[in-house]
Design a protein around this ligand. Sequence first.
Ligand SMILES: [Zn+2]
Length: 295
Amino acid sequence: MRTNTALLGRTLRLAPLVAAAVLTLPACGATSGDGTPDPSAAPAPSSSGGAGAATADQRGSGADAEATSAEGPLAGTTVVIDPGHNGGNADAAGKISELVDAGHGHKACDTVGAESADGYTEHAFNWDVSERLRDSLEDEGAEVVLTREDDKGVGPCITERAEIGNEARADAAISIHADGGPSSGRGFHVIRPGELDGYTDDIAEPSHRLALDVRAEFEEGTGQQRADYIAEEGLDERTDLGGLNLSDVPKVFLEAGNMSNRADAADLADPEWRETAAESVAAGISRFLQRGQKD
Ligand SMILES: [Zn+2]
């Protein structure tokens, strides 16, 4: 059985995360719902105390000063990044096909993810962007936790991915994906949780705001168009994703592009584009977190 999937950003070591069973799910390619935005809510992100908050006297003392620093506009916040799928999933069909309770029906523990016609895999894209995103957020002072530690393992199940965000008491969580849509379809979309009593009713509003902020910054930063084959205006609302249903913290999924589309795939495979994408997502999360702190 797998051990803890808790991962750490360079800054922070979270206590062992509970591997409770909750389910999350990789979304790529699923159906969409109709999201009706309603921009007026303002729950403040909680500040998750403590860990990683370097004090002044810890800093400047040499090599590890950088690793413990927590200054910047996002100091005191925690962000969980969930790089969708995993590099070992394709060879672990038995494990990842196990059904887990996604909060609104059962789903597979995890899936293999999409792949471009040239063989660029979604899990590799997700991992690369997630690492870049982590670096950007840490540069702003956030504590960052990843839901997996490399791109060679299996899973974790969607339930665990959600639980990691909950255990970290993240101020915001995001699952990074690229879609496997129709080859003629282009563009990105952000998925937010629809209201599901007893599950997402407490996070739907802040997650919606997070989705709007990520959409705005991603669109502006990358120039990527809003998806023309799914979602509405680059926003989708779903109640079938365990990763969202089981989250107790504001969370969204980003489908950064369509790996099945030749033009999108060329962008996704470009390291410079991925850096821009990661920085744009970081800007969206930062906007969400900083606004929350002022509320
Ligand atoms: Zn995916």
